[in-house]
Design a protein around this ligand. Structure first.
Ligand code: ADE
Length: 228
């Protein structure tokens, strides 16, 4: 059974590149995942297929109307799929959430647009999630980021499963620096320990590097409890 991604978007063509190229493209081809795109404009009932309207109380921009979106969810998305609304006002997405969601049979990602969505839509989703403290013009790029983070954790998507346990965040620390040939690049040389063949010393050096890098650029990660 494929892991099923459902995506609600008013701009399905934005997903064309993702479907053809990249890790997602390959996982679709091998049927490890499936992707169903739903344009909820099809569920608008007026002559102009309106999906947004002016906010009650006034204010800038248009707000996504609840009815066409919720109708689309009911009609086209499996009832047991975890429904995630992408919004800068949501809980922060992280590797732990990606891991949790990769254990499910699929997720539904709902991409907002314009200035926001009618608050009553939240009653029809399981979670509201943000990919970071910045504002995108819509949820599509955020949905793609979530899809990639989840898909690469599924068995068979990444050739070398070991790289999953070694990478940044797998145990709450950032990754150690990596080097490949040449040994000397314009005067920058590879640390001697990596050429020593001493595996214990290399492991020790890498752990120290991870701690130092995490302390320097992401001290907040050291304060979080380590869960695995
Ligand atoms: N939509 C707009 N900005 C977003 C963000 N930072 N995360 C998720 N969805 C968004």
């Amino acid at each position: 059974m494929s892991y099923r991604f459902d995506v609600l978007t008013l701009f399905p063509a934005l997903f064309d590149g993702l479907r053809q190229e990249s890790l997602i493209g390959k996982a679709l081809e091998t049927q490890i995942i499936s992707l169903a795109l739903h344009n909820w404009r099809a569920f608008a009932t007026d002559r102009h297929s309106t999906v947004d309207d002016a906010p009650f109380g006034g204010g800038a921009g248009l707000v996504l109307k609840p009815d066409p979106l919720v109708k689309c969810l009911r009609a086209e998305v499996p009832a047991d799929s975890r429904k995630i609304l992408l919004s800068p006002s949501g809980r922060r997405f992280d590797q732990k959430l990606a891991q949790q969601w990769s254990q499910l049979s699929g997720i539904t990602l709902i991409c907002g647009r314009y200035e926001g969505f009618d608050q009553r839509i939240e009653a029809h989703v399981d979670e509201v999630v943000s990919i970071g403290d910045f504002v995108l013009n819509g949820g599509e790029v955020a949905a793609m980021a979530v899809m990639e983070a989840v898909a690469r954790l599924l068995p068979g998507v990444i050739g070398n499963a070991e790289s999953l346990t070694e990478e940044s965040f797998a145990d709450g620390l950032l990754e150690y620096p990596q080097f490949t040939r040449p040994r000397d690049f314009e005067g920058q040389t590879v640390p001697d320990v990596l050429l020593s063949g001493n595996h214990a010393a290399i492991a020790q050096w890498r752990l120290e590097q991870r701690m130092a890098r995490t302390r320097a650029v992401r001290p907040d990660l050291l304060r979080e409890p380590v869960t695995k």
